[in-house]
Design a protein around this ligand. Structure first.
Ligand code: BDR
Ligand code: CA
Length: 314
């Protein structure tokens, strides 16, 4: 068997973050989850950190460390999304006070130390929220960017536009300066924009298959999804909500489910109208250097088959 892929999951749970974490935890034959790092985003940091710990406990993986990260963007006020995720960030299931500790070390220090101590090119960063922790780590320790194997992010949108403003996707909008720094870091980047996440919808049929697993974890997932999709069904008139963040983990497990294009991506950090927009040169109309593999399509049924099977392992 090939070596397990070492990952750090940087996250702001969020129901879809939680499902992404569970997908990783159900895939421990392939993935070595070195730690979860929380960041402010969907809800403030205290809640995203708590939610990350709740998810680990639900999955019975109490040995994975959780590090609390930045509580606000690099140079802006925090924008949150309780209107999507509820007041706790994880509305839906009955929540409990988690018992696993938050590590003393700051998430940014954990990211820096891990990248320095693990072999060069062996650690993958999976980002499911604003890029504040990662950008802070890269600017504080410029030596680490060259040591990252790959950064797979959920963020951005191009043909699909934005979901927090007409032009911007939430994770990029929360901290555009951080996203800009990361996009310019030279790290190999895979980007999961709304163009692909809007294709993985939690239809009744797909959720029924997860429910049929009939385990405490599947029940937790279904209760989260029931809450989460409410907002999106109303907003997009679609059958189910988009399961954004799990696409990041699914890509690590089965990259063949996805197709995309290597191109240049720039982040708008100045315009009031289009702040946080990901300007994707999909058609290669500029000479700007390629800095990301931008995913545009997915085998959605294959994605849900993988997700359901892995949740069933927990
Ligand atoms: C992204 O924003 C958050 O609300 C979700 O968790 C996801 O990471 C989608 O735009
Ligand atoms: Ca998220």
């Amino acid at each position: 068997m090939s070596e397990k892929r070492k990952i750090i999951i940087d996250t702001d749970p969020g129901q879809d973050d939680a499902v992404a974490i569970l997908l990783a935890l159900g895939s421990m034959d392939e993935l070595d989850v070195l730690g979860l790092t929380s960041v402010a985003g969907n809800v403030p940091l205290a809640l995203t950190t708590r939610n990350a710990r709740i998810v680990l406990e639900v999955a019975g993986k109490k040995d994975i460390p959780v590090y609390a990260g930045c509580d606000k963007p690099i140079s802006r006020q925090l924008v949150t999304a309780e209107h999507v995720h509820g007041a706790t960030g994880l509305d839906g299931p009955e929540l409990f006070e988690p018992t696993i500790p938050v590590q003393d070390k700051h998430a940014v220090d954990f990211i820096i130390d891990t990248l320095r101590s693990e072999p060069e090119g062996s650690v993958t960063l999976c980002t499911l929220g604003a890029l504040t922790n990662i950008a802070t780590a890269f600017s504080r320790a410029p030596d680490i960017a060259g040591r990252v194997k790959e950064l797979v992010m959920m963020g951005g949108g191009y043909f699909e536009g934005g979901n927090i403003t007409p032009a911007a996707e939430f994770n990029i909008y929360v901290d555009p300066e951080a996203a800009d720094l990361v996009m310019k870091s030279g790290v190999p980047i895979v980007m999961m924009p709304l163009d692909v996440t809007h294709k993985v919808l939690t239809t009744k049929e797909r959720v029924a298959k997860i429910a049929a697993l009939n385990t405490p974890v599947s029940k937790f997932v279904v209760e989260m999804l029931d809450f989460f999709e409410r907002f999106d069904i109303e907003k997009y008139g679609s059958d189910g909500g988009p399961l954004h963040d799990p696409t990041v983990i699914a890509y690590l497990l089965k990259p063949d489910l996805f197709t995309g294009r290597v191109c240049n991506v720039e982040i708008e950090v100045n315009s009031e109208l289009t702040l946080g927009m990901t300007v994707v040169d999909w058609w290669h109309v500029t000479q700007r250097a390629h800095n990301a593999l931008v995913i545009g399509d997915v085998d959605a049924d294959g994605f849900f088959a993988l997700l359901t099977e892995r949740i069933g392992r927990l």
